[in-house]
Design a protein. Structure first.
Length: 339
């Protein structure tokens, strides 16, 4: 029986988009437009202008130029008439501006070099996923086995972040990913997750899909079909019990599998077996392709790891990942939106 394996993964053993600068200019333009519109919307006070303020029908502006009524009470903008398209446009611009400001603030707070790019909307028609050439097992397509792939077919400059196993349970990682609104997919192994199922429930509550990485992270091709089925289908049961839904994605440990692995996965509801095209660590990247570059639709692997295994933390890993993909003009998209 043919076994498919990976040769470079360091696991438990041990293709332009808008740049950050253009996004910054765009945000300032929106701010200027909003300020101009707001200024034009104020009636002409016709009063006396002085160094310290403006006085007229609008009341007073103090030393800081804050609009106010006599007596120092602030003015309230009159409500826009219902159906006022200009007012609607202003509100939309303001909402977009607030979102951009929040992204700038989050990027700064987490020490990123650039603001992460926003992924395009999920496709209305999903791409057809097939097994990558050279990754097939005997009778792969004829038997309807889950496709094994490293890249999602797309021309858009997006990548997908996936994180394996569950050893590190860093609260700062959850805060960082929520703050920056970066999607990712988790592949979990029960022998590590069971230490704190609640941590991954918080992850799920933030919109992360929790998927299957076996019960004990074994080398699957070395096991019988029955034992492989226990490892894979058993993890299906664990995820369903603790998180309410059986996964449809399965990643074989170390990227190693054979026909039995995929047969077992199919038997308990798995539809896809994504692996990866790049792997990111705290201090470096590893690449599958000879050009050592990321490409549109690539799946990127990382792990739940901390200082015990890495020269840094999970936020350090995310920082390296985002600085690289953003500099290369890529946004991070949600894998499940394309399957």
């Amino acid at each position: 029986m043919r076994t498919v394996g990976q040769t470079y993964k360091n696991s438990l053993l041990g293709r332009t988009g808008v740049s950050g600068g253009r996004r910054a200019r765009g945000a300032f333009v929106l701010l200027a437009v909003a300020a101009l519109v707001a200024g034009c919307a104020q009636p002409d006070g016709g009063g006396e202008r002085g160094v310290r303020g403006v006085r007229g029908e609008q009341g007073e502006r103090g030393e800081r130029g804050e609009p106010g009524r006599p007596g120092g009470q602030p003015l309230k903008a009159p409500p826009a008439p219902a159906g006022d398209l200009q007012a609607d446009k202003i509100r939309i611009q303001a909402a977009r501006l607030r979102a951009e400001q929040a992204r700038f603030a989050a990027a700064k707070r987490w020490g990123l070099k650039r603001v992460p790019l926003t992924a395009p909307p999920a496709p209305a028609t999903k791409p057809r996923i097939t097994t990558r050439r050279g990754f097939e097992v005997d009778g792969h397509e004829e038997k309807g086995l889950p496709p094994v792939f490293t890249t999602v077919p797309t021309d858009q400059k997006i990548v997908f972040l996936t994180i394996d196993d569950g050893a590190e349970k860093d609260p700062a990682f959850l805060r960082m990913m929520s703050d920056l609104k970066i999607p990712y997919t988790a592949f979990l192994s029960d022998y590590l997750v069971k230490e704190d199922y609640g941590y991954f429930k918080k992850m799920q509550d933030r919109g992360v899909v929790l998927n299957n990485h076996t019960l004990h992270h074994p080398y699957l091709p070395g096991l019988s079909y029955a034992r492989q089925k226990r490892e894979i289908c058993g993890m299906q049961d664990v995820v369903e019990k603790h998180y309410g839904k059986r996964p449809t994605l399965f990643r074989p440990p170390y990227g190693n599998y054979n026909e039995d692995s995929l047969r077992a996965a199919k038997s308990c509801g798995v539809k896809y077996a994504p692996i990866w095209n790049e792997e990111v660590f705290v201090d470096h990247w590893e690449y599958r392709e000879w050009d050592r570059r990321i490409h549109p639709g690539d799946i990127v692997l990382s792990h739940f790891r901390g200082r015990e295994d890495w020269k840094g933390t999970m936020p350090d890993m995310v920082r390296r990942f985002l600085d690289k993909v953003t500099a290369d003009g890529y946004a991070v998209a949600r894998l499940e939106d394309y399957l």
